[in-house]
Design a protein around this ligand. Sequence first.
Ligand code: ADP
Ligand code: MG
Length: 447
Amino acid sequence: MENYIELWEKVLSKIDHSVTPVTYNIWFSKLEPIAFQNDKIILVAPLKQIKSTIEKDFKQVILDALQETSSTITNFEIVTNDEVKYIQQKQNIVLPVEPIKVSSSFNENFTFNNFVVGNSNSLAYNAALAVAENPGKAHNPLFIYGGVGLGKTHLMHAIGNYITNKLPDKKVLYVTTELFVNEFIDMIRNNKYTDIPKNFRDKYRSVDVLMLDDVQFLKNKDATQEELFHTFNDLYNNNKQIILTSDRHPKELTFLEDRLRSRFQTGLTLDISLPDYETRIAILEKKAMNKRFNIKSDLLAFIADNFKSNIRELEGALTKVMFYCQLLEVHADDISIVKEALKEDIGTQEEELTIDTIVDHVCSYYGVNKSDLKGKRKNKKIADARQICTYMIYEMLAIPLTSIGEYFGGRDRTTMLYSKNKIENLILTDKNIATQVKDIKNIINKK
Ligand code: ADP
Ligand code: MG
């Protein structure tokens, strides 16, 4: 079968003739072919908007070009970067990088130099650097834990890059726990009646540094845990460095065999926490500088304010803004550009929030009918929901009480004022009501 890269080149040259240069550059030039799947070519789009626009407006353009080019590949599918990961997990398409192969080459962007150090990560950073300088001697094992997108994998690759450069004799192996588990399971499956083959053990026990990323994926993998326990001991006893990461403290990895969990804690355990505002700004500044992207500092502040819990998303937001500016050929000097570029990510509740939205959410939360709120029924459940609505509409939309009264079937201002004040007081005195109102607000704000 033809190669997907060559095929896509041919398709692109056809498309180039059928659309304007601007359209071509904006929508097609950034697609990247990554695989064939049955009769489809799989393309990666850097942004969701590209995917949706092509699917909406340019589907036929691609289909026509494909039809002229290939007899076997007659369809296409666009995935975004996030979806690629998901597909890799499903493993139902052949990706250029065989997932099961463990590579010991490291992402060259994930270096110590590119890592911004702040309060949230400085301990982990320093420990990682110490381990990279003195593998097997500084802290063994080094266990780093923390939430998604906070730099754990980055630090592992930084160690890998550092050692590959400075200590080229050392054998460093990075592996995600998923791959480790998969390899182990595959091997067991293929060697049902024999012992664990030598090459598996050799691979993991002959290294100087073993990095196992995201060990929370050892859950329900008892046989793998057993094998890892022996691998661990073997390496440890030979003063080989082990580095582990997880989304939680080893103590909380309750599904691990006790002996493995206690091994994990014999060295140094450190966490990476959420980056504070200064660190988020510093990260954005560094990324913008690396990409030579000129962006005003108040726009960076806006991004930092809206992406607090995941550095990958923080970075993604900046990339998106940058891409938008390129697309529209504008400078990043106006907050409206940032808001527009990120509208899908930070929600548009400010513009779109209406009385109806609030009432809908309150009704579904309490399980009452919207029409009943406007009627005369005196049922307590309905009356309570109406009061909550009144309070929330007044508070979130600053709509006058008389107008709110009109909305609810012509109720007078005094009734509305009473409702609003009642809920206001309850929020201060009744924990349940406070939580409920907060819950509903959260749901509304997430939309
Ligand atoms: P984790 O493994 O904790 O889920 P990653 O290491 O994959 O997170 O980090 C997510 C993204 O955020 C990566 O692109 C990484 O380079 C970036 N990142 C995380 N922490 C930092 C930091 N302190 N400085 C610069 N970039 C960071
Ligand atoms: Mg990671």
